[in-house]
Design a protein around this ligand. Structure first.
Ligand SMILES: C[S@@+](CC[C@H](N)C(=O)[O-])C[C@H]1O[C@@H](n2cnc3c(N)ncnc32)[C@H](O)[C@@H]1O
Length: 289
């Protein structure tokens, strides 16, 4: 990440969520009205005007970007469902690891229920999110705790415990779009924090990048994407082989429930040649044993 600046990729996925939320009722996969308010610069300029959104939608829908757009939409729906289900089942804590501009604390949990939310993120991203959030919603809810942490430099568990996290409370951990930016050491440390939770029914949902892109064209698209991310200061540095995910988690004390490639086949849109492209990423649901 570029020092002193909010994560660019966090802005990018929030931009996708703002575009999806602005689609006509009945067509949008979800509604995240805060997303557009948390954007700035070019992203805000486009997201806040209908004709610019339409042009952006056309460009995305007819290019290789449609894969990442659909992946973000699908993972948002799946994780939202996971929050609703685990909330109904009685979770006590929601921990967002690398929260970015995630708005689930405000649109799905709300201030009055029993669930305590911990938004953990890099200090540079979190500072900017908090400034924009206060502008958008006013005073921040009491049930949300903001924990600034650099996963590469600090022990997340220590910072969470200092902030009131209870390792014995039933918890849903969300680690969305973060793992691929971390070193293996930071990935293992974060998984150890999750596996160390001993609350009954604790679970984790996370997204990961698949090790191999199949075919020459896929490899070329992927290389271009990787070069672009490197230029933005947020290179991908961590992948998992889909065939190994169960064992990968098991060795770290977690039990895989399900892993699904993204975007989900039924939701792929855009021109036919893009619909047929294979997935680059996946989403996994796992139980803390
Ligand atoms: C692609 S964004 C995803 C944000 C959010 N989870 C979402 O899906 O909208 C990646 C997030 O990881 C965070 N991140 C990347 N490296 C980090 C690090 N070393 N320590 C803490 N957070 C980090 C960024 O600040 C950013 O919020």
């Amino acid at each position: 990440m570029k020092e002193g600046k909010a994560s660019w990729t966090a802005q990018g996925v929030t931009f996708y969520r703002a575009l999806e939320s602005a689609r006509p009722e009945g067509e949008a996969a979800f509604s995240d009205p805060l997303a557009a308010e948390l954007l700035d610069s070019w992203f805000a300029w486009v997201a806040r005007r209908r004709h610019r959104r339409r042009i952006a939608g056309l460009v995305i829908g007819n290019s290789a970007l449609s894969i990442s757009y659909r992946s973000v939409v699908d993972r948002t729906v799946l994780i939202d469902d996971c929050v609703s289900l685990t909330r109904a089942a009685g979770i006590e804590q929601l921990v967002l690891l690398g929260a970015g501009f995630d708005t689930r604390a405000y649109r799905l949990i709300g201030p009055d229920g029993p669930v305590k939310v911990f938004e953990v993120d890099h200090p540079d991203t979190q500072r900017i999110k908090l400034a924009r959030l206060k502008k958008a919603i006013g005073p921040l809810p009491d049930n949300v705790v903001y924990v600034p942490v650099d996963f590469e430099q600090e022990k997340t568990e220590t910072r969470l415990l200092e902030s009131g996290y209870d390792g014995g409370a039933a918890t849903l951990f969300i680690w969305e779009g973060v793992m691929s930016y971390l070193t293996p050491e930071a990935v293992d440390e974060t998984l150890a924090l999750i596996a160390g939770n001993y609350g009954s029914g604790s679970t984790v949902v996370f997204t990961y990048l698949l090790l191999e892109a199949s075919g020459d064209r896929e490899a070329r698209t992927r290389r271009r994407h990787e070069t672009f991310l490197r230029m933005r200061g947020e290179p991908h540095i961590f992948w998992i082989d889909a065939d190994q995910i169960e064992e990968f988690l098991s060795r770290r004390g977690l039990e895989l429930v399900e892993s699904r490639n993204l975007p989900l086949p039924a939701r792929a849109t855009g021109r036919r040649r893009f619909q047929e492209r294979p997935a680059h990423g996946a989403i996994a649901f796992a139980r803390v044993r």
